[in-house]
Design a protein around this ligand. Structure first.
Ligand SMILES: [Zn+2]
Length: 249
């Protein structure tokens, strides 16, 4: 496969996207319908009970969406890449038990146990088989990012550190023909956050988020880049229109 294709699998709660050419890569796994089962989300964490309303239908889960596309994760997905371990990015892991899973070590380390539960992760709901291939972002510099981690041999898909929303958060960059795709996970809620250097409400460290936005902007100024945050309602339209980031509208 020589072409690169980036697809939003699920537009809202889930952040699944598929890229290739060295096989298809799925970025994050979205949420799960099980979060509607009483007791699934911890009652003692006010974030889940007061801050957000989460509704997911079973057919909106990543496994069903891939099936709709004729894709079997065991056969057709080279690896799942997790940007971080928040519940709405790991809820679909049950659908990929036979697929290689790559994740940032720093994020993994702060997402387990009580610390993770306090930070919006549900380690008690992760599949018991979950043993991600943990990676460090300590490879070559790319543009404004002092380090990266290559995913593919040709280096056209790589990870960069984009902390702020959560510690150890990474984004996935895909270099296509004449345009790059910046799959930003939750580094920013939407493209406007990046443009305005304005952190959304869900960031652990606003100053770090702003530094991340500046780095993304610099990257997008150096090469034509479509920025695709996981929850951005406008992301699918920008992708369909192949609309790169402009620093000012
Ligand atoms: Zn998150």
């Amino acid at each position: 496969m020589n072409s690169i294709e980036v697809v939003y699998v699920v537009p809202s709660w889930a952040s699944g996207q598929v890229t290739r050419p060295e096989g298809r890569f799925l970025v994050d796994t979205g949420d799960t319908a099980r979060n509607s089962v009483p007791g699934y989300l911890p009652w003692w964490n006010p974030f889940f009970t007061k801050e957000v309303v989460i509704k997911v239908a079973p057919f909106e889960e990543i496994g069903f969406r891939l099936q709709e596309m004729g894709l079997d994760p065991a056969r057709d997905i080279a690896a799942v890449i997790l940007t971080h371990f928040h519940h709405d990015h790991t809820g679909g892991l049950d659908h990929v038990p036979h697929t290689r899973i790559i994740a940032p070590r720093e994020s993994w380390n702060v997402s387990r146990g009580f610390q993770g539960k306090m930070a919006g992760c549900l380690p008690q709901r992760w599949p018991i088989w979950l043993k991600p291939e943990l990676v460090d972002i300590d490879g070559p510099a790319v543009g404004p990012f002092p380090h990266s981690h290559p995913i593919t041999k040709d280096g056209r898909i790589f990870l960069v550190a984009t902390p702020g929303h959560s510690k150890g958060h990474v984004s996935v960059v895909v270099r296509g023909e004449g345009v790059s795709y910046f799959l930003a996970g939750d580094a920013a809620y939407d493209e406007a956050c990046v443009r305005d250097e304005q952190p959304d409400g869900v960031t652990n460290e606003p100053a770090l988020s702003i530094a991340t936005f500046k780095a993304i902007k610099t990257f997008a100024a150096q090469e034509s880049t479509i920025i695709l945050p996981a929850h951005d309602p406008e992301g699918p339209a920008r992708l369909a229109a192949s609309q790169p980031f402009k620093a000012s509208l």
